[in-house]
Design a protein around this ligand. Structure first.
Ligand code: ATR
Length: 276
């Protein structure tokens, strides 16, 4: 059929830095699918009109990134329970003229942990989450969904962490980031969800002396792959999981919905994504 190319892309403002086109382009080529995935720079005030036009024009859907994640959920006709619980969408699927919003960030986070640690991550033990922004919200939801019994959120601004924690009830407690060193004992997982440690940002300084020897440390920052936080965790002898896999795994459900094939994350793809 002529003109059947399946189209998707990543919507952001700005969005040129996004590596999602490289990722989806790799999978499209691998499967030999007649499809495209492009950068879609769209201003906040144009979001709804632009997305509705994409639906009319026959696109399959889109990823949504900063600053559109909350607005994308609001404009959708339907939302998955996890997108509604997180209060934001990163994946839009267009089906029969309707916009379906999903959020696969927490899914990508958990899949990456399983993928990189095998059985080393014990989800029956408490977790410590550093930071209380949008990424922390998706991760809290996913950790509780995965059966983590207790989570301690440590944030510079305690009030912001308290607002984030409130809907989760007693399972989530809140402390100041400056007090986190004493809260690590017993945790099976320590997660950085702040932007600290990203190239150009100050490092996250945490003293991991009190952490359990078999704890897993992971970061959502993936530039650099080994952040100062992960380097100190490695030096402490902890199992370390970098953040690149979260980006790769969160993309899988969208690709499957738009292009009809189940993509895999492997070392070849990781290599491609870290190449300049
Ligand atoms: P989002 O936009 O995803 O909601 P954000 O508001 O930018 O995220 O928050 C990112 C996280 O990084 C927050 O937990 C933030 O702490 P505050 O809530 O106290 O602002 C944290 N963060 C950013 N810069 C920081 C710094 N220099 N020191 C400590 N935490 C920092």
């Amino acid at each position: 059929m002529i003109g059947a190319t399946k189209r998707a892309g990543v919507i952001g403002w700005p969005v040129e830095h996004s590596k999602s086109p490289r990722l989806h382009g790799h999978w499209l080529a691998k499967f030999g699918i007649d499809g495209s995935y492009v950068h879609l720079p769209i201003k906040p005030e144009d979001l709804e009109t632009s997305v509705r036009k994409m639906v009319v024009d026959g696109w399959q859907g889109a990823n949504v990134t900063i600053p559109h994640k909350e607005a994308a959920l609001t404009l959708a006709d339907e939302a998955t329970p996890r997108a509604r619980a997180i209060g934001a969408a990163n994946t839009l699927i267009f089906r029969e003229g309707r916009i379906i919003a999903d959020n696969t960030d927490g899914y990508g986070f958990i899949e990456n942990l399983h993928d990189r640690t095998g059985a080393a991550w014990d989800h029956a033990r408490p977790a410590v989450v550093l930071g209380a922004g949008g990424a922390a919200r998706a991760i809290l939801h996913a950790l509780i969904d995965a059966g983590v019994p207790e989570i301690c959120v440590a944030n510079r601004t305690v009030a912001k962490a308290a607002t984030l924690a409130a809907p989760f009830g007693d399972a989530v407690r809140v402390i100041a980031l400056s007090d986190v060193d004493n809260a690590l004992r017993g945790a099976g997982l320590i997660v950085n969800t702040t932007s600290l440690g990203m190239t150009g940002q100050p490092p996250l300084n945490i003293d991991l002396t009190g952490a359990d020897d078999d704890a897993v440390a992971t970061d959502i920052v993936y530039t650099p792959l080994i952040t100062p936080f992960l380097a100190s965790a490695q030096a402490r002898g902890l199992t370390v999981v970098d953040g690149l896999g979260m980006l790769l795994h969160q993309a899988r459900p969208g690709f499957a919905a738009w292009f009809g094939a189940e993509p895999q994350v492997d070392d070849e793809l990781r290599q491609l994504m870290v190449t300049e």
